[in-house]
Design a protein around this ligand. Structure first.
Ligand SMILES: [Zn+2]
Length: 251
């Protein structure tokens, strides 16, 4: 059984600004405390979070700049150096439309860093950008382009059962199908978890740096934040990860 080891270097791949902290904030702190090299790459520009909100008076460019600034602050709270956080700036909400470019960029970034481990959002998260990023990394793994890195997925939207429904299925049957699929996924998954006891307060301070996402933005007090009931999953005693075995183990 593959275990998560603090002494291994890692690359955290986040579809949006804030996923790195929600899914991996505790593991990042553990690794940095063990002097391991950690880098974070955010795939999309994060501009879609409030652009369609009727109260939004902020321009797209300003939103992108704001979300990158928030990510650097959040990662700084976790202990990361600013130059260990980078942004691929694919359009938020449209990662799947850039699948080939995304794979090529990821392959380049992985080859340049050669991390011991790669953490990416879970394929079962349901959100289209999360699915696209998880699929890109699985595709690279299938081609042997992860440089031998141990492949982990971290759940974010998997904690919200509404995300389990297959795309386009909004009725009751869709929910049932979603539950069945999630149970199948969990039965097949190699689940591991890491204690974050004692680190939750710092993880929360890091998340709160994503002020536009948690409803703390002074200039836009009407912007809704992520619901506390959802956020509570990320501040329990343990962070959960799915180990994705190398392709040859299936053969
Ligand atoms: Zn996300």
């Amino acid at each position: 059984m593959t275990k998560i080891v603090a002494g291994r270097s890692c690359l955290v791949l986040a579809p949006h600004p804030d996923d790195e902290t929600l899914g991996c904030g505790g593991v990042v702190m553990h690794k940095l405390a063990a002097w391991s090299h950690v880098e974070v790459i955010v795939a999309t520009d994060g501009a879609a979070s409030h652009l369609d909100d009727p109260t939004c008076t902020t321009s797209r460019d300003a939103l992108v700049e704001m979300r990158e600034r928030e990510t650097r602050l959040a990662c700084g709270e976790l202990g990361l150096e600013p130059d260990h956080v980078s942004f691929l700036r694919f359009p938020d909400g449209a990662l799947a439309q850039h699948a080939r470019d995304l794979r090529d960029r990821l392959a380049e970034e992985i080859a340049a860093r050669r991390p011991d481990e790669i953490y990416v959002c879970a394929l079962v998260d349901g959100h289209r950008d999360h699915v696209a990023l998880a699929q890109a990394v699985r595709h690279l793994a299938g081609e042997g382009r992860l440089g031998g890195a141990i492949h982990w997925e971290y759940p974010v939207w998997s904690f919200d059962f509404r995300s389990w429904r297959p795309p386009g299925r909004t009725n009751k049957a869709g929910y049932v199908l979603g539950v069945v699929q999630m149970l199948r996924t969990l039965r097949a998954a190699h689940v591991s978890s890491v204690s974050i006891k004692g680190l939750q307060a710092r993880k929360r301070r890091a998340l709160d740096q994503h002020r536009s996402q948690v409803g703390l933005l002074e200039e836009e007090p009407d912007w809704p934040g992520l619901p506390e009931a959802f956020l509570s999953f990320f501040f329990r005693d343990r962070e959960v990860f799915f180990h994705i075995p190398p392709v040859q183990e299936f053969r």
